[in-house]
Design a protein around this ligand. Structure first.
Ligand code: SF4
Length: 344
Protein backbone atom coordinates (compact mmCIF):
# COMPACT_ATOMS: atom_id res chain seq x y z
CA UNK A 1 0.00 0.00 0.00
CA UNK A 2 1.48 3.31 -1.11
CA UNK A 3 0.49 6.83 -0.03
CA UNK A 4 -1.94 8.12 -2.67
CA UNK A 5 -3.33 4.64 -3.40
CA UNK A 6 -7.11 4.79 -3.01
CA UNK A 7 -8.34 3.96 0.48
CA UNK A 8 -11.92 4.12 -0.82
CA UNK A 9 -13.36 3.69 -4.31
CA UNK A 10 -16.88 4.83 -5.03
CA UNK A 11 -18.49 3.62 -8.24
CA UNK A 12 -21.84 4.90 -9.49
CA UNK A 13 -23.00 5.56 -5.92
CA UNK A 14 -26.64 6.57 -5.70
CA UNK A 15 -28.64 7.37 -2.58
CA UNK A 16 -32.30 7.91 -3.37
CA UNK A 17 -34.79 8.46 -0.54
CA UNK A 18 -38.45 7.58 -1.15
CA UNK A 19 -41.00 10.41 -0.88
CA UNK A 20 -44.14 9.06 0.81
CA UNK A 21 -47.47 10.90 0.68
CA UNK A 22 -51.10 10.39 1.72
CA UNK A 23 -52.68 8.35 4.47
CA UNK A 24 -51.29 5.11 3.04
CA UNK A 25 -47.79 6.58 2.69
CA UNK A 26 -47.52 5.64 -0.96
CA UNK A 27 -44.16 6.24 -2.59
CA UNK A 28 -44.77 9.05 -5.07
CA UNK A 29 -41.17 9.87 -5.99
CA UNK A 30 -37.56 9.81 -4.86
CA UNK A 31 -35.17 12.44 -3.56
CA UNK A 32 -32.01 11.84 -5.59
CA UNK A 33 -29.65 13.01 -2.84
CA UNK A 34 -26.62 11.36 -4.46
CA UNK A 35 -27.02 10.52 -8.11
CA UNK A 36 -24.22 8.47 -9.63
CA UNK A 37 -20.91 9.43 -8.01
CA UNK A 38 -17.57 7.94 -9.12
CA UNK A 39 -14.75 8.98 -6.83
CA UNK A 40 -11.48 7.67 -5.36
CA UNK A 41 -10.37 8.88 -1.94
CA UNK A 42 -6.58 8.61 -1.84
CA UNK A 43 -4.76 7.45 1.27
CA UNK A 44 -3.29 10.38 3.19
CA UNK A 45 -5.06 13.15 1.29
CA UNK A 46 -7.52 15.82 2.36
CA UNK A 47 -10.37 15.63 -0.12
CA UNK A 48 -12.77 18.58 -0.02
CA UNK A 49 -16.42 17.95 -0.86
CA UNK A 50 -18.04 21.31 -1.54
CA UNK A 51 -21.32 22.72 -2.79
CA UNK A 52 -24.41 24.61 -1.67
CA UNK A 53 -26.67 23.32 1.04
CA UNK A 54 -28.77 20.42 -0.31
CA UNK A 55 -26.27 19.36 -3.00
CA UNK A 56 -25.86 15.91 -1.45
CA UNK A 57 -22.40 16.29 0.09
CA UNK A 58 -23.43 15.26 3.61
CA UNK A 59 -25.38 12.27 2.30
CA UNK A 60 -22.36 11.25 0.23
CA UNK A 61 -20.15 11.57 3.35
CA UNK A 62 -22.54 9.31 5.25
CA UNK A 63 -22.68 6.85 2.33
CA UNK A 64 -18.87 6.66 2.45
CA UNK A 65 -19.14 5.58 6.10
CA UNK A 66 -22.18 3.37 5.44
CA UNK A 67 -24.22 5.48 7.89
CA UNK A 68 -26.72 5.64 5.03
CA UNK A 69 -26.71 2.73 2.60
CA UNK A 70 -26.38 3.36 -1.12
CA UNK A 71 -29.43 2.38 -3.15
CA UNK A 72 -27.10 1.55 -6.04
CA UNK A 73 -23.36 1.40 -6.70
CA UNK A 74 -20.41 0.26 -4.62
CA UNK A 75 -18.08 1.65 -1.97
CA UNK A 76 -14.88 -0.41 -1.71
CA UNK A 77 -12.35 -0.07 1.12
CA UNK A 78 -8.75 -0.92 0.41
CA UNK A 79 -6.37 -1.76 3.27
CA UNK A 80 -3.55 -4.07 4.37
CA UNK A 81 -5.95 -6.99 4.17
CA UNK A 82 -7.00 -6.31 0.57
CA UNK A 83 -10.18 -4.86 -0.86
CA UNK A 84 -13.62 -5.13 0.76
CA UNK A 85 -16.86 -3.96 -0.78
CA UNK A 86 -18.50 -2.20 2.17
CA UNK A 87 -21.81 -1.85 0.36
CA UNK A 88 -22.26 -5.62 0.33
CA UNK A 89 -21.69 -6.09 4.09
CA UNK A 90 -24.42 -6.36 6.71
CA UNK A 91 -24.16 -4.48 10.03
CA UNK A 92 -22.18 -7.28 11.68
CA UNK A 93 -19.76 -7.35 8.75
CA UNK A 94 -19.34 -3.58 8.90
CA UNK A 95 -18.37 -3.62 12.58
CA UNK A 96 -14.62 -4.01 12.00
CA UNK A 97 -14.58 -1.35 9.27
CA UNK A 98 -16.42 1.25 11.34
CA UNK A 99 -13.30 1.39 13.52
CA UNK A 100 -11.30 2.59 10.50
CA UNK A 101 -13.81 5.18 9.28
CA UNK A 102 -15.05 7.91 11.62
CA UNK A 103 -16.96 11.20 11.43
CA UNK A 104 -16.78 14.62 13.11
CA UNK A 105 -20.12 16.45 12.95
CA UNK A 106 -20.79 20.16 12.60
CA UNK A 107 -22.67 20.40 15.86
CA UNK A 108 -20.75 18.91 18.76
CA UNK A 109 -23.93 19.28 20.89
CA UNK A 110 -25.59 16.53 18.89
CA UNK A 111 -22.68 14.11 19.21
CA UNK A 112 -22.07 14.54 22.96
CA UNK A 113 -24.75 13.32 25.35
CA UNK A 114 -25.41 16.21 27.81
CA UNK A 115 -26.20 13.70 30.57
CA UNK A 116 -22.78 12.04 30.32
CA UNK A 117 -19.40 13.32 31.41
CA UNK A 118 -16.81 13.64 28.65
CA UNK A 119 -15.32 10.37 29.86
CA UNK A 120 -18.77 8.75 29.58
CA UNK A 121 -19.04 9.85 25.93
CA UNK A 122 -15.47 8.99 24.96
CA UNK A 123 -15.19 5.62 26.67
CA UNK A 124 -18.14 4.18 24.76
CA UNK A 125 -16.37 3.43 21.44
CA UNK A 126 -13.33 2.15 23.38
CA UNK A 127 -15.50 -0.33 25.27
CA UNK A 128 -17.13 -1.45 21.98
CA UNK A 129 -13.76 -2.14 20.47
CA UNK A 130 -12.38 -4.19 23.33
CA UNK A 131 -10.64 -1.86 25.83
CA UNK A 132 -11.82 -3.81 28.84
CA UNK A 133 -10.72 -2.09 32.03
CA UNK A 134 -12.00 1.30 33.18
CA UNK A 135 -8.48 2.26 34.23
CA UNK A 136 -7.19 1.63 30.71
CA UNK A 137 -10.08 3.61 29.19
CA UNK A 138 -9.39 6.57 31.52
CA UNK A 139 -5.75 6.55 30.48
CA UNK A 140 -6.66 6.53 26.76
CA UNK A 141 -9.32 9.25 27.15
CA UNK A 142 -6.81 11.42 29.05
CA UNK A 143 -4.23 10.93 26.28
CA UNK A 144 -6.84 11.78 23.63
CA UNK A 145 -7.82 14.98 25.42
CA UNK A 146 -4.18 15.99 25.62
CA UNK A 147 -3.80 15.23 21.90
CA UNK A 148 -6.50 17.82 21.15
CA UNK A 149 -4.86 20.35 23.51
CA UNK A 150 -7.23 19.90 26.43
CA UNK A 151 -6.52 19.00 30.06
CA UNK A 152 -6.92 15.38 31.19
CA UNK A 153 -9.17 16.51 34.08
CA UNK A 154 -11.74 17.71 31.52
CA UNK A 155 -12.95 14.12 31.25
CA UNK A 156 -14.95 14.42 34.48
CA UNK A 157 -16.86 17.50 33.37
CA UNK A 158 -20.07 17.78 31.30
CA UNK A 159 -20.46 19.10 27.72
CA UNK A 160 -22.28 22.30 28.80
CA UNK A 161 -19.18 23.37 30.76
CA UNK A 162 -17.21 23.82 27.51
CA UNK A 163 -17.20 26.39 24.70
CA UNK A 164 -18.16 25.45 21.12
CA UNK A 165 -14.51 25.20 20.08
CA UNK A 166 -13.67 22.99 23.06
CA UNK A 167 -16.66 20.75 22.37
CA UNK A 168 -15.49 20.36 18.79
CA UNK A 169 -12.04 19.34 20.06
CA UNK A 170 -13.77 16.73 22.21
CA UNK A 171 -15.70 15.55 19.12
CA UNK A 172 -12.38 15.16 17.30
CA UNK A 173 -10.92 13.28 20.29
CA UNK A 174 -13.87 10.91 20.15
CA UNK A 175 -13.41 10.30 16.42
CA UNK A 176 -9.73 9.55 17.10
CA UNK A 177 -10.40 7.23 20.03
CA UNK A 178 -10.45 4.01 18.02
CA UNK A 179 -7.55 5.01 15.79
CA UNK A 180 -9.33 5.43 12.46
CA UNK A 181 -7.59 5.71 9.09
CA UNK A 182 -10.15 8.07 7.55
CA UNK A 183 -12.28 10.80 9.13
CA UNK A 184 -15.19 12.51 7.42
CA UNK A 185 -15.35 16.08 8.78
CA UNK A 186 -18.89 17.24 8.07
CA UNK A 187 -18.93 21.06 8.28
CA UNK A 188 -16.68 20.48 11.28
CA UNK A 189 -15.77 24.15 11.78
CA UNK A 190 -18.80 25.90 10.27
CA UNK A 191 -20.49 26.57 13.60
CA UNK A 192 -17.36 28.14 15.14
CA UNK A 193 -16.10 31.73 15.25
CA UNK A 194 -13.46 32.45 12.63
CA UNK A 195 -10.57 32.62 15.14
CA UNK A 196 -11.61 29.31 16.71
CA UNK A 197 -12.07 27.80 13.23
CA UNK A 198 -8.41 28.48 12.51
CA UNK A 199 -7.32 26.73 15.74
CA UNK A 200 -9.46 23.66 15.07
CA UNK A 201 -8.26 23.45 11.44
CA UNK A 202 -4.67 23.67 12.59
CA UNK A 203 -5.32 20.92 15.12
CA UNK A 204 -6.88 18.71 12.42
CA UNK A 205 -3.83 19.18 10.20
CA UNK A 206 -1.38 18.43 13.05
CA UNK A 207 -3.29 15.25 13.90
CA UNK A 208 -3.35 14.24 10.24
CA UNK A 209 0.44 14.48 10.06
CA UNK A 210 1.01 12.68 13.37
CA UNK A 211 -1.42 9.85 12.75
CA UNK A 212 -1.28 9.50 8.94
CA UNK A 213 -4.98 10.22 8.61
CA UNK A 214 -7.07 10.70 5.49
CA UNK A 215 -9.81 13.35 5.63
CA UNK A 216 -12.93 13.91 3.58
CA UNK A 217 -13.67 17.52 4.41
CA UNK A 218 -17.30 18.50 3.70
CA UNK A 219 -18.02 22.21 3.60
CA UNK A 220 -20.02 24.91 1.83
CA UNK A 221 -17.16 27.35 2.53
CA UNK A 222 -14.58 27.43 -0.26
CA UNK A 223 -12.38 29.87 1.62
CA UNK A 224 -11.63 27.06 4.10
CA UNK A 225 -10.77 24.41 1.51
CA UNK A 226 -8.14 26.37 -0.40
CA UNK A 227 -5.40 25.96 2.20
CA UNK A 228 -6.59 22.72 3.73
CA UNK A 229 -7.38 20.35 0.85
CA UNK A 230 -5.20 18.46 -1.61
CA UNK A 231 -8.09 17.89 -4.01
CA UNK A 232 -11.61 19.25 -4.22
CA UNK A 233 -14.81 17.71 -5.59
CA UNK A 234 -17.57 20.22 -6.35
CA UNK A 235 -21.10 18.79 -6.07
CA UNK A 236 -24.34 20.02 -7.58
CA UNK A 237 -27.70 18.24 -7.27
CA UNK A 238 -26.19 14.94 -6.18
CA UNK A 239 -23.46 14.82 -8.85
CA UNK A 240 -19.79 15.75 -8.96
CA UNK A 241 -19.40 18.50 -11.54
CA UNK A 242 -15.69 19.24 -11.05
CA UNK A 243 -12.83 17.32 -9.41
CA UNK A 244 -9.20 18.40 -9.35
CA UNK A 245 -6.16 19.47 -7.38
CA UNK A 246 -7.19 22.23 -4.95
CA UNK A 247 -4.71 24.75 -6.32
CA UNK A 248 -5.91 24.04 -9.84
CA UNK A 249 -9.53 24.65 -8.91
CA UNK A 250 -8.71 28.17 -7.76
CA UNK A 251 -6.29 28.96 -10.59
CA UNK A 252 -8.06 27.25 -13.48
CA UNK A 253 -11.75 26.81 -12.65
CA UNK A 254 -13.52 24.98 -15.46
CA UNK A 255 -17.15 24.42 -14.49
CA UNK A 256 -19.52 27.42 -14.52
CA UNK A 257 -21.00 26.36 -11.18
CA UNK A 258 -17.58 26.21 -9.53
CA UNK A 259 -16.80 29.63 -11.04
CA UNK A 260 -19.91 31.06 -9.39
CA UNK A 261 -19.08 29.46 -6.03
CA UNK A 262 -15.53 30.77 -6.11
CA UNK A 263 -16.62 34.25 -7.14
CA UNK A 264 -18.66 34.45 -3.94
CA UNK A 265 -15.63 34.08 -1.64
CA UNK A 266 -15.19 37.39 0.20
CA UNK A 267 -11.95 39.14 -0.86
CA UNK A 268 -10.35 42.38 0.20
CA UNK A 269 -9.70 43.37 -3.46
CA UNK A 270 -12.56 45.65 -4.59
CA UNK A 271 -11.89 44.91 -8.27
CA UNK A 272 -12.37 41.17 -7.71
CA UNK A 273 -15.53 41.81 -5.72
CA UNK A 274 -17.18 43.39 -8.75
CA UNK A 275 -16.69 40.15 -10.72
CA UNK A 276 -18.99 38.12 -8.50
CA UNK A 277 -21.26 35.80 -10.49
CA UNK A 278 -24.75 35.86 -9.01
CA UNK A 279 -26.61 32.62 -9.66
CA UNK A 280 -30.23 33.08 -10.65
CA UNK A 281 -32.91 31.08 -8.83
CA UNK A 282 -32.61 28.35 -6.23
CA UNK A 283 -31.15 24.88 -6.48
CA UNK A 284 -33.86 22.81 -8.28
CA UNK A 285 -35.62 20.03 -6.39
CA UNK A 286 -33.67 16.76 -6.25
CA UNK A 287 -37.05 14.99 -6.51
CA UNK A 288 -37.48 16.24 -10.04
CA UNK A 289 -34.08 17.40 -11.31
CA UNK A 290 -33.84 19.28 -14.63
CA UNK A 291 -33.27 17.31 -17.82
CA UNK A 292 -29.84 17.36 -19.45
CA UNK A 293 -27.25 19.23 -17.43
CA UNK A 294 -28.71 19.67 -13.94
CA UNK A 295 -27.16 23.14 -13.75
CA UNK A 296 -28.72 24.41 -17.00
CA UNK A 297 -31.61 26.47 -15.50
CA UNK A 298 -29.01 28.61 -13.67
CA UNK A 299 -26.11 28.55 -16.10
CA UNK A 300 -25.16 31.72 -17.94
CA UNK A 301 -23.54 29.72 -20.76
CA UNK A 302 -26.48 27.40 -21.45
CA UNK A 303 -27.06 26.24 -25.06
CA UNK A 304 -29.79 23.95 -26.43
CA UNK A 305 -27.71 20.81 -26.05
CA UNK A 306 -27.39 21.43 -22.29
CA UNK A 307 -31.16 21.05 -21.87
CA UNK A 308 -31.30 17.50 -23.21
CA UNK A 309 -27.86 15.85 -22.87
CA UNK A 310 -26.32 15.01 -19.51
CA UNK A 311 -22.64 16.07 -19.61
CA UNK A 312 -20.18 13.37 -18.53
CA UNK A 313 -17.42 14.01 -16.04
CA UNK A 314 -14.45 14.21 -18.47
CA UNK A 315 -10.69 14.52 -17.98
CA UNK A 316 -8.82 17.67 -18.99
CA UNK A 317 -5.12 18.42 -19.19
CA UNK A 318 -3.64 20.13 -16.21
CA UNK A 319 -0.17 20.86 -14.93
CA UNK A 320 -1.40 19.53 -11.57
CA UNK A 321 -2.52 16.12 -12.83
CA UNK A 322 -6.08 15.09 -13.39
CA UNK A 323 -8.70 17.82 -13.76
CA UNK A 324 -12.24 16.57 -14.38
CA UNK A 325 -15.38 18.52 -15.17
CA UNK A 326 -18.90 17.83 -16.43
CA UNK A 327 -19.79 20.51 -18.97
CA UNK A 328 -20.45 20.31 -22.72
CA UNK A 329 -18.65 23.55 -23.48
CA UNK A 330 -15.32 23.11 -21.75
CA UNK A 331 -13.32 22.16 -24.84
CA UNK A 332 -12.91 25.86 -25.43
CA UNK A 333 -12.37 28.40 -22.66
CA UNK A 334 -15.68 29.34 -21.12
CA UNK A 335 -14.95 33.04 -21.49
CA UNK A 336 -15.31 32.54 -25.27
CA UNK A 337 -18.81 31.14 -24.96
CA UNK A 338 -21.76 33.48 -25.58
CA UNK A 339 -23.55 34.56 -22.43
CA UNK A 340 -27.19 33.55 -22.27
CA UNK A 341 -29.57 36.24 -23.45
CA UNK A 342 -32.93 34.54 -22.78
CA UNK A 343 -34.35 32.97 -19.63
CA UNK A 344 -34.36 29.15 -19.65
FE1 SF4 B 1 -23.72 25.24 -18.36
FE2 SF4 B 1 -24.25 23.66 -20.40
FE3 SF4 B 1 -21.94 23.43 -19.13
FE4 SF4 B 1 -24.21 22.66 -17.96
S1 SF4 B 1 -23.27 21.76 -19.79
S2 SF4 B 1 -22.58 23.84 -17.05
S3 SF4 B 1 -25.62 24.20 -18.73
S4 SF4 B 1 -22.64 25.21 -20.30
Amino acid sequence: MQPNDPILKLRDVQVHFPVKTGVFKRVTGHVRAVDGVDLDVRRGEVLGLVGESGCGKTTLGKAILQLVRATQGTVTYSGEDGETELTSLDDAGLFRFRKRLQIVFQDPHSSLNPAFTIFGSLEDPLRHYGVKTREERRKIVGDLLEAVNMRRESMDRYPHEFSGGQRQRIGIARALSIEPELIVCDEAVSALDVSIQAQVLQLLMELKREKNLTYVFITHDLSVTEYLCDRIAVMYLGKIVELCDAEDLYANTLHPYSQALLSAIPVADLDKKSRRIVLQGDVPSPVNPPSGCPFHPRCRYVVDRCKTEVPELRRFKSAKGEHMAACHLIDQPLAEQPLRTESP
